[in-house]
Ligand binder design. Structure first.
Ligand code: RM4
Ligand code: MN
Length: 387
């Protein structure tokens, strides 16, 4: 079914999982605790290792600081390696401390800005201790009311703070700037869109790149166009995958709109994002509020794999030919043919050939792991949304 090239890319596909997907999470209405939830980053890694062992798709693990602070990062790295994993992106957190009520890197008060900068310098230390090469910055900065603060001055302060952080990165480390159009700020956000993120990145330098979180756009936004443009500009650093029906729902990627995920993967392919040497990081940024977390992560990485596989089935020659002839319906038919092709059996065959279970969700259920963690992990809490 697949070309040799497609098989090679599918076999090498790597999707980074976020530590916070394994911890308790919820909405502002309620955080529902789940039995067996990890008590520390070591246990989160153990859970992530299940996802990778059963799918072969998730070799790296993103940390959120300070949620995942530990005394000894060398021990955490050893633990990750013993589980066949490595530490990926380090995500900063300047949205939960009281001092950040009116912002962090764009705050009017120089002391607050300095505290936020210092937090990022701590994150860079963690990067050195873990071998991570990506510092991901998502800011809750913004305002709720027109006139509340000077939007223009906030951009200048933000640019200055980012430059201070960027200067401290090593040559092989990147600053990955994520945008989001609203929430928690409801009037304006300081990095609301890809254009703003891109402008700051260009000003910073070559190692500053954009993170596209699929849940961070206004309804109706053509996300795949943004993917195309950022790849064209060489600034698509990372994805935060999730899906949404309304706002930033953080549901499982591909759950709300598999066709959108397919279209995104087609543009990734078109822009060389699967090729050797591409440095696009494919990360999940999700919360499993009501569903079981480990199977939720397994389902999510499989969804990404499935839509990647379908996108790789597009007959590129036939598509280019129809496009060149101005054959509107023909081009669309080539595109849709691939989308409508069920690849699940072919991917299960491929898994079997690689020594992986045909059905990772069923294999997880049969493994007894869930019962074991529910028995063993009692009484702990772990920093995160629920803390
Ligand atoms: C934000 C954003 C960030 C993530 C946090 C937990 O909405 O998407 O990427 O680190 O949530
Ligand atoms: Mn995100």
């Amino acid at each position: 079914m697949f070309s040799t090239q497609a098989i090679e890319w599918l076999d090498q596909q790597a999707i980074e999982v976020p530590s916070w997907a394994y911890g308790n999470s919820g909405t502002r209405f309620k955080v529902f605790a789940q039995a067996g939830v990890p008590r520390d980053p070591f246990e989160k890694l153990a859970d992530a290792a299940q996802v990778h062992a059963l799918t072969g798709l998730a070799p790296s693990f993103a940390l959120h600081i300070p949620w995942d602070e530990v005394d000894d990062f060398a021990r955490l790295v050893d633990h990750a390696e013993s589980l066949g994993l490595r530490i990926g992106t380090i995500n900063s957190n300047t949205f939960q401390d009281d001092i950040y009520k009116l912002g962090s890197l764009a705050h009017a008060d120089a002391d607050v800005r300095q505290a936020a900068i210092d937090h990022h310098l701590r994150c860079i230390e963690v990067m050195h201790a873990t071998g991570s090469t990506d510092l991901k910055i998502w800011l809750a900065d913004g305002t709720n009311y027109p006139g509340q603060d000077d939007m223009r001055a906030r951009q200048d302060r933000l640019a200055e703070s980012l430059a201070t952080i960027y200067e401290r990165l090593a040559d092989d480390q990147r600053l990955v700037l994520e945008y989001k159009f609203f929430e928690p700020a409801f009037y304006h956000t300081d990095v609301p869109d890809w254009g703003t993120s891109y402008i700051h990145c260009v000003e910073l330098g070559e190692r500053a790149v954009v993170c596209l979180d699929t849940g961070h756009h206004a309804p109706g936004t053509n996300i795949e166009f943004i993917v195309t443009q950022l790849l064209r500009l060489g600034r698509l650093g990372a994805f935060d995958f999730n899906s949404r029906f309304y706002a930033d729902d953080d549901l499982m990627v591909g759950a709300a709109d598999p066709f959108q995920l397919f279209r995104i993967m087609h543009e990734v392919n078109r822009g060389g994002g699967f090729e050797a040497g591409s440095d696009v990081v494919f990360m999940l940024d999700q919360c499993h509020n009501i569903e079981a977390k480990i199977p939720g992560q397994i389902r999510s990485v499989l969804n990404v794999q499935e839509m990647t596989a379908r996108a790789l089935l597009i007959d590129q020659d036939a598509l280019a030919d129809a496009q060149g002839r101005g054959d509107v319906l023909g081009a669309n038919e080539v595109f849709m043919d691939a989308f409508y092709t069920d690849v699940r059996t072919a991917l299960a065959d491929r898994r079997e050939a690689r020594g992986l279970p045909r059905d990772p969700i069923a294999a997880y259920a049969a493994s007894g792991y869930q019962a074991e963690i529910e028995r063993a992990r009692v009484g702990g809490t772990q920093a995160g949304w629920g803390a």
